[in-house]
Design a protein around this ligand. Structure first.
Ligand SMILES: C[S@@+](CC[C@H](N)C(=O)[O-])C[C@H]1O[C@@H](n2cnc3c(N)ncnc32)[C@H](O)[C@@H]1O
Length: 264
């Protein structure tokens, strides 16, 4: 997915993002922060921060003066500015970070790399703004198996429209070894990869469906582009696929995460 397309996919307001994806990324943030080895005294850049799921955890652990954030989507920049007054935030893409060399101890991109037009350049930029010996880390959903909400959506869409742009097919870095290879190709050392698992509860299928209907991300954008009768058919197929829940239910999401050390 190209940079402009990646930004267009995220034109929805922050509260719509939170209902659709933030409910998962807020749960992912603390365990991804553990994997990144965040410790008080470090400075951190959150790349592709969105409305601030990871940024909030970084602020809790490191203090607001030690955290900076960047995102190309203007409404997310505005939302995070309002959420965390005093936070240093810039509007811009990972591929061209407006910071000098060696500025941060840690650079993090949570659920971002699959949207970059030039992911290698994105990692190189993160490695440039992180000091030698510092940490660069990224996480991306496992779209093929691990992200139940997106899997149920795309399996349902594929059963109706076989050419549906399933993120398991269109998105990179969710498969084992892909993030590891990307970070290694950018010259980071001691690269390791793991999986991180979170879940989210829904009161009803309507809550899940309406979160997709907000149009956020590739799944939401695909849904809202469909005419009403196709949306209704897809709703029925997805309802069936998640087991026609009549009570609150939980969906699980698995992310791949990799971290490496910025070279001297
Ligand atoms: C799935 S959201 C993740 C947001 C946040 N990190 C979180 O965990 O909730 C993807 C984010 O990547 C941002 N994005 C898209 N293209 C980007 C690029 N080229 N550079 C940096 N961020 C980008 C979007 O604006 C969006 O905020």
């Amino acid at each position: 997915m190209g940079e402009v397309e990646g930004i267009r996919t995220f034109q929805a307001p922050a509260d719509a993002y939170d209902a659709f994806m933030g409910r998962y990324s807020r749960r992912l943030a603390p365990i991804f922060a553990d994997f990144c080895g965040l410790q008080r005294g470090q400075s951190l850049l959150d790349v592709g921060c969105g409305p601030g799921a990871f940024t909030g955890v970084a602020i809790e652990r490191l203090g607001i003066d030690a955290v900076s954030a960047a995102d190309p989507a203007p409404q997310f920049v505005a939302a995070i500015r309002a959420r965390y007054p005093g936070l240093e935030i810039v509007q811009g893409p990972a591929e061209a970070l407006p910071y000098g060399d060696d500025r941060f101890d840690v650079g993090v991109a949570q659920l971002v790399f699959h949207f970059l037009s030039d992911p290698l350049q994105g990692v190189r930029e993160m490695g440039r703004v992180v000091r030698p010996g510092g940490t660069v880390a990224a996480a991306v959903w496992d779209f093929s198996h691990g992200m139940e909400m997106l899997r149920a959506f795309w399996e349902s869409a594929l059963s109706l429209w076989p050419d549906a742009p399933d993120e398991a097919r269109t998105m990179r870095f969710g498969r084992e070894g892909e993030l590891l290879d990307l970070l290694g190709s950018a010259g980071l050392t001691d690269v390791v990869e793991t999986t991180l698992t979170v879940s989210s509860e829904y009161e009803s299928f309507d809550e899940l469906w309406s979160s997709i209907l907000t149009g956020v991300g590739p799944a939401g954008a695909y849904l809202v582009a469909k005419p009403p009768e196709d949306r209704a058919t897809l709703r029925e197929v997805m309802y069936e696929r998640v087991g026609r829940p009549s009570e609150p239910f939980t969906l699980t999401a698995v992310a791949r995460a990799a971290r490496g050390t910025a070279p001297a």
